[in-house]
Design a protein. Sequence first.
Length: 217
Amino acid sequence: MTARAFIFDLDGTLIDSEMLWVDAMVAYLADRQCVCPRNEMMAIVFGRSWLDIHRDITTRYPAVASVPRQQMADELRDYYVEQCKKTDSILIPSSVALLKTLAKDYPVIVVSGSPRDDVAEAVRLMGAEASVRFVLGAEDYFPGKPSPAGFLTGAKMLGVAPEHCVVFEDSWAGVTAAKAAGMACVALSRQSENPQDLSAADWILNDLADFSVSASR
């Protein structure tokens, strides 16, 4: 294949945030007298769209069933910020460096299941505003991963055929979505409390610093 555009997932690929969101959501629910074990929340969160996460939470927990999606996202953000304070940095430096390097020669976008405002804020945190053409968040496509809808929407907006796009992902849902879109997929396999089946990816790397465009051809 000839790579003409690169698409990055956000959580777990560019920023080390998924466990922070898990703990934020567990704390959010606990404050509303809802008990959700951490391992159950991992299954709800990892690799999934905020639309699907919100649906699952409001279905499982009657105490928050009436909380609108945007309101819950806004309330959760405070809990997430508190979790972020417990770590020095949420950036995955080698992944961010690769994004910026690729952006010098190719169009690069971020397609995430997180709310668009959170994705845009993460791009600012990475100092990558000039490197990313645009971002797609949970509001911008339906259904969420493992559906290919987000990646296909991104490719269409870029004007690049899916077979010329390379996706960077870290979850089973993301890898499945990329392959269903007809795109090449590089899976980032990092030590995690919630290991993912990444076997469908074209390449599996422990660090995106090991990726090269020539190797993907």
